[in-house]
Write a protein that binds this ligand. Structure first.
Ligand code: NAD
Ligand code: WQD
Length: 345
């Protein structure tokens, strides 16, 4: 069994912060690093309120190799790395492609180099269903071929996976797992942590929350004329606590050496598709509020429908998602109401 100390990059971010909590709940020791380009270090207060633990958190840019190495020198017993840190806005990546390639790829190269130098056993990479592009077969399995990426952001994930694959082929001591998330949403049940980005949110659930709380006058549904059961697009929304728990399971899988190869891929979705209208109705039902929305034309680059086959993660990681779209809306709304009653940083 490798050392139970795990470095979480992007630990102040949305999924990273929830994963830190899940790791601590399961007996792991955690070190975090984040440059807060899209987050706030104060999330560590929420993590402490939930877990009772002070997590060492380095504020630095992972594109800075020397600074990154320092973390491993100060924590020579890091057994696993979960690499969340990345820029993730699809829209922004279209206007700033070089920044996305530079940040997402350089940080990955540096962290892999450190895994090699400092004898890390297990490496987990945050990938995305966006690697599949406009997939022809549904649900998508891990062997569904990649289609053309819809954005530079998605391309950084396709390239990131390829980089880790080439690294794994030549570094048998480090075992890697690619986790392809579908649409993570919701917040921690405690409402002490949740999604709190610096950059403007464009994803459906944050947009619903901002509309309902009054930060936006209204919102739009992009297209009601798709060939789906109600005309709107279909996605696989997965609760952030379920996604986080899969990381703990994946680290255990690697530490217990249950992996049959040192490069493996898993889809993380609930395995069911939900339409945009169904998501809106789930919000209205759980919050008791009416949402002000209009129908707008289709959004460029949207795929009609995508959802996961998650059999592999269920079987090999011994993971299962336990929450549905109503849990997502209930917890996201609790968090939205709570954080708007507290003065922000
Ligand atoms: P997030 O923006 O909340 O978290 C990412 C964190 O990484 C942020 O706190 C940011 O400040 C930090 N970061 C970025 N570049 C850095 C750098 N060079 N050095 C140090 N820190 C840096 O995003 P998230 O939603 O928590 O996503 C986590 C990961 O999961 C990302 O890799 C993202 O691409 C991937 N992902 C997210 C989704 C989603 O819908 N949220 C879906 C699929 C994949
Ligand atoms: C979901 C549905 C929209 C906003 C993105 C990334 C993907 C991954 C997950 C990181 C679509 C509709 C949305 C709104 C709407 N992230 N919508 N009105 O596009 O599936 O995926 O996040 O890896 O890479 O591309 O998620 O939440 O933006 O959209 O009608 O104001 O909600 O058209 O059908 P998407 P999303």
């Amino acid at each position: 069994m490798a050392n139970k100390k795990v470095l979480v990059t992007g630990g102040c971010g949305y999924i990273g912060s929830h994963t830190i909590v899940d790791l601590i709940d399961n007996g792991f020791e955690v070190v975090s690093v984040d440059n807060n380009v899209n987050s706030y270090a104060s999330v560590m207060d929420g993590i402490k309120a939930i877990t009772g633990k002070d997590v060492p958190n380095y504020t630095l840019d992972l594109c800075d190799f020397k600074a990154t190495k320092r973390i491993f020198e100060e924590h020579s017993d890091i057994g696993g790395v979960i690499h969340f840190a990345a820029l993730k806005s699809v829209n922004e990546s279209v206007t700033r492609p070089l920044d996305y390639f530079r940040n997402n790829l350089n940080s990955l190269l540096n962290i892999l180099e450190c895994c090699k130098i400092y004898g890390v056993r297990g490496f987990i990479f945050s990938s995305s269903c966006s690697v599949y592009g406009n997939a022809e077969e549904l649900p998508v399995t891990e062997s569904t071929p990649f289609e053309e990426a819809e954005s530079p952001y998605a391309r950084t994930k396709q390239m990131g996976e390829q980089i880790v694959k080439d690294f794994a082929a030549n570094n048998s001591a480090v075992s890697s797992v690619m986790l392809r998330y579908f649409n993570p949403a919701g917040a921690h049940e405690s409402a002490l942590i949740g999604e709190q980005a610096r950059k403007t949110a464009w994803n459906l659930v944050p947009v619903i929350m901002e509309t309902a709380i009054g930060k936006r006058d209204g919102m739009v549904v992009f297209g009601d004329d798709y060939d789906t059961r109600d005309g709107s697009c279909i996605r696989d929304y997965i609760h952030v606590m379920d996604i986080s728990n899969a990381h703990t399971k994946a680290i255990e899988y690697l530490f217990e050496e249950r992996n049959s190869s040192n490069y493996e891929i898993f889809n993380l979705g609930i395995g069911e598709g939900v339409t945009v209208f169904e998501a809106i109705h789930a919000f209205e039902k759980t919050s008791g509020r009416k949402l002000n929305y209009k129908i707008a034309p289709r959004r460029e680059g949207d795929v009609v429908a995508i959802y996961a086959n998650n059999d592999k993660a269920r079987q090999l990681l011994r993971w299962q998602p336990n929450r549905n779209i109503e849990d997502i809306m209930r917890t996201a709304w609790n968090w939205e109401e709570k954080r708007n009653s507290i003065p922000s940083e």
